[in-house]
Design a protein around this ligand. Structure first.
Ligand SMILES: Cc1cc2nc3c(=O)[nH]c(=O)nc-3n(C[C@H](O)[C@H](O)[C@H](O)COP(=O)(O)OP(=O)(O)OC[C@H]3O[C@@H](n4cnc5c(N)ncnc54)[C@H](O)[C@@H]3O)c2cc1C
Length: 396
């Protein structure tokens, strides 16, 4: 039985702790805030629910959303209906549920700020409540903001996104995603049980906070969302490049990184909750087997190629053009004009379509998508209108 200390009790730390405690290890989780309203959309896709069915199957309050409205940078709109809903939690509730599960499995969960860690000794040390303590293994799950791992480099500006947003005391039934001209990021509105999380994310290397604020203000005004009484938030979000994913150390002899601390976030969508839970689970299992070295191989098999694909295309997706117009605008247009393409986007959005087989599916459906698009542009499928007799009214 090993003693494991986990710094950070967010989704990655809590999930890792739960796995280890279930396997009989002595686990201490330290979080300076415990269950708190971390700036987040709080949206979990179907792949997360499929992997962790308890996310749906529990009495904690959550909102199931089946429709998404996408708005292009020139304000064209398309609606998607999803077969599998996005499950949206307030982060206070989600973190609370995950910490409850960790406690129930046997973790000792403490509210405390870990000031530093030292992994140079055989047994790693961490500083908490004014004293240095030791453990057999340290799990660093402190998120994107507090990178306290001494043996790995902090993320750089071009590996991070800035986010700003509001928790708005208002409800809605649809998710909204809005793209912006020449902007690496997007605006979202995620409805929760009793409020909206409305925010914007943008590459830290390409944009500044004033730009983000201006875009977000224009959006809330146009959508008629009142920010009176709303709570403002800002936070950072990892946006890994291919080199981040291939080069950055995430495992040492007596420590490992999970979740945002490891930069495991989809750079295209900003989805991080699934990767936080999955990496926490995989590290927990590998440590429980006494083989931490399996961790990186399991992560590679589970999701690395997905994140690498997203990192490869993210700039082309937000900045590129297709047939003379922004890629994101063409995407909205295709959704409006092709049922096949709309279904593909719905699966992609809800998390049932992965990136690895996306290219094959796109090619496979190219012919029908293009013909649907052209038929719709030329209005070929419109039922023939009744002939208006010369000099008279329409027949019906
Ligand atoms: C604005 C925004 C919107 C997002 N929307 C979504 C979304 O809709 N869907 C999605 O899938 N992902 C979303 N994400 C990403 C998601 O929030 C993260 O990927 C996820 O929270 C990562 O979980 P984690 O456990 O690794 O880190 P975190 O959730 O950041 O948890 C880290 C924990 O460590 C604690 N901590 C930090 N330092 C210390 C210390 N020194 N001592 C003790 N405790 C410490 C903190 O209090 C915190 O609880 C969003 C992110 C942002 C910023």
């Amino acid at each position: 039985m090993a003693e494991i200390a986990i710094v950070g009790g967010g989704p990655s730390g809590a999930m890792c702790g739960e796995q280890l405690a279930r396997a009989g290890h002595k686990v201490r989780i330290f979080d300076e805030r415990l269950a708190w309203e971390k700036p987040c959309g709080g949206g979990l896709t179907h792949k997360a629910v499929e992997c962790f069915p308890f996310l749906l199957d529990n009495p904690y309050p959550k909102k199931l959303v089946r429709s998404v409205e996408l708005i292009s940078s020139n304000d064209q709109r398309a609606n998607l209906e999803m077969t599998h809903p996005i499950v949206i939690y307030s982060r206070r509730v989600l973190n609370g549920m995950l910490l409850d599960r960790a406690r129930a499995a046997g973790c000792d969960v403490q509210q405390a700020h870990v000031l530093g860690v030292d992994t140079s000794t055989t047994k790693p040390r961490y500083s908490v409540d004014g004293e240095w303590r030791t453990a057999d293994f340290l799990v660093l799950a402190a998120g994107a903001r507090n990178q306290i791992a001494p043996e790995t480099r902090p993320l750089k500006r071009d590996e991070l996104e800035m986010t700003q947003g509001y928790f708005v005391p208002q409800t809605a039934e649809s998710i909204i995603v809005k793209f912006l001209p020449h902007f690496e990021g997007y605006i979202w509105s995620f409805p929760r049980c009793d409020h909206l999380s409305v925010g914007i994310c943008g590459s830290m290397a390409a944009h500044n906070s004033t730009e983000l604020k201006t875009h977000l203000s224009a959006f809330v005004e146009k959508q008629g969302i009142s920010t009176e009484g709303a709570k403002f938030y800002s936070h950072v979000l990892p946006s890994p490049r291919e080199s981040t994913l291939s080069d950055r150390a995430v495992l040492g002899k007596n420590w490992a990184l999970v979740g945002d601390a490891a930069a495991w976030v989809d750079p295209l969508t900003g989805e991080g909750l699934f990767y936080a839970l999955r990496s926490g689970e995989l590290l927990g299992r590998s440590l429980a087997e006494g083989c931490p070295e399996k961790y990186t191989a399991w992560v590679k098999a589970a999701f690395s190629s997905e994140l690498e694909f997203a990192a490869r295309i993210v700039r082309r997706f937000y900045r590129g053009s297709f047939l003379g117009t922004a890629v994101t605008t063409r995407m909205v247009q295709f959704m409006n004009r092709s049922a096949v393409f709309r279904q593909l986007m719905s699966d992609l959005f809800s998390g049932t379509q992965d990136y690895s087989s996306l290219k094959r599916r796109l090619w496979g459906h190219l012919g029908i998508t293009v013909s649907e698009f052209i038929a719709s542009v030329l209005n070929l499928e419109r039922p023939a209108t009744a002939q208006v007799p010369r000099g008279g009214a329409a027949a019906d």
